[in-house]
Design a protein around this ligand. Structure first.
Ligand code: ATP
Ligand code: MG
Length: 393
């Protein structure tokens, strides 16, 4: 039988809370798998096991799901065998054949968590390695830099045979670090920021500001698609879509152009704080990266942050654009983020933005617009969608 093994990462360091972390992770994994078929999910010895419960269970699809579960650092497809050495050798020869034919060197590593098994680890490796050399005469053993390592694990119920695992999503189970609201634009950065904080165990709400008719329905759809991609890691995500047009028009009509972006960003922060508090979120998350654009200088970030009291998490603040793009590609958001639909900020971008703004000057300028009232109205009129991987609106 083929099954999936996921190795737990930091979760195992959690001492007394470990069981709670583990259960959280198992709950989300079970739920995600229940959407595609019948699987048995359980954990033992820092490993999560996924077994198919019927013939039709799609193990490739299950593998993709397990790879996106936060808390697992390595994932492999393993073949189970009875706990006797002949069965183990046969299992390895049969199931690893296609992979072993493609390579030149290998080694076998064995581990006994069941110490009552009658052979010791080096003996298991020796017998299995010998049998594989006989069955695949083109192979050589290389203990230092093998193309592939064959693992034999003797556990409680079964023995397992598998080759090198692929990296899992890492991090901590969703929800184990509380809740925060991410300001999600249609750009490259904010989805990456969202995924990075979710990976540290934060459950997300997403907030998007849109400026119809300056931005189109397609721009909104793009953000829905991005949220859906994020939900493959996070489970369901409430997405709050805030109408921002009126506030932007008021700013444009009443304030100096060089301050447009800063005033918009401060207003977004205040509205987001309102929505965050209503939804039990204890921080905001943005995709800001130091120096990337005029509104992301230290001074600009500082006056933006001073619009609110909730902490602002900026997981990308010290990253280069290239690093951010690499992660976006890896987590699957890049292609959607690159779609060319206009963004509510680009429409109102000043020609010469202030890069070293002073807070007292901004507070003076803000008196020209009734922000409090407009922001209350915007928060009240926001549309709430709950996005999950099943969402098809
Ligand atoms: P991104 O790639 O995430 O769009 P950016 O490089 O375009 O970021 P800015 O436009 O300065 O940078 O925005 C900084 C941050 O403000 C974004 O990462 C996002 O968190 C938030 N933000 C910007 N525009 C919006 C929007 N329309 N809705 C929600 N959040 C936004
Ligand atoms: Mg942007």
């Amino acid at each position: 039988m083929v099954m999936i093994l996921g190795k737990m990462g930091e979760v195992v360091l959690k001492g007394l809370n470990r069981k709670a972390f583990e259960n959280r992770m198992l709950r989300s994994l079970k739920y995600r798998l229940s959407l595609i078929g019948n699987y048995k999910v359980y954990s033992a010895q820092s490993t999560v096991y996924v077994e198919p419960l019927d013939e039709s269970a799609d193990m490739e699809a299950a593998f993709d799901i397990v790879r996106k579960i936060f808390g697992l650092v390595a994932v492999s497809k393993a073949y189970s065998s009875e706990k006797n050495i002949d069965a183990i050798v046969e299992c390895a020869k049969k199931n690893l054949a296609s992979e072993l034919r493609r390579i030149k060197t290998f080694k076998v590593e064995s581990r006994r968590s069941d110490k009552s098994f009658h052979l010791k680890s080096p003996e298991i490796s020796g017998i299995t390695g010998g049998a594989l050399l006989q069955a695949f005469p083109h192979l050589r053993v290389d203990v230092h830099h093998p193309d592939v390592t064959v693992y034999v694990e003797i556990r409680e119920q079964f023995a397992f045979v598998h080759t090198d695992p692929v990296p899992g999503a890492g991090g901590l189970p969703i929800g184990s670090s509380g809740k925060a609201a991410v300001l999600l634009s249609g750009g490259i950065d904010s989805p990456v920021a969202a995924q990075r904080m979710a990976r540290r165990g934060i459950e997300l709400d997403a907030i998007h500001f849109y400026s119809y008719p300056y931005t189109s329905e397609r721009a909104k759809q793009k953000v829905i698609t991005l949220t859906k991609i994020l939900s493959e890691y996070c489970g369901h995500i409430p997405l709050h879509i805030v109408p921002f047009t009126k506030i932007q028009e008021e700013i444009r009509a009443n304030c100096p152009e060089e301050y447009f972006t800063l005033l918009m960003r401060r207003s977004m922060m205040r509205i987001s704080e309102r929505i965050a508090l209503q939804n039990d979120c204890s921080a905001l998350i943005t995709g800001e990266s130091l120096g990337q654009v005029a509104s992301q200088t230290l001074q600009a970030m500082s006056v933006t942050e001073q619009a609110i009291t909730l902490p602002v998490l900026r997981p990308l603040v010290g990253m280069d654009k290239e690093e951010i793009v690499t992660i976006a590609r890896e987590i699957g958001t890049l292609e959607t983020s690159n779609l060319p639909y206009e963004d509510c900020c680009t429409v109102f971008t000043p020609r010469r933005p202030k890069t070293k703004p002073k807070l007292d000057k901004i507070l003076e300028i803000e008196k020209a617009v009734p922000f409090g009232e407009l922001e209350r109205e915007a928060a009240e009129n926001c549309e709430k969608l709950v996005i999950s991987c099943e969402y098809d609106g």
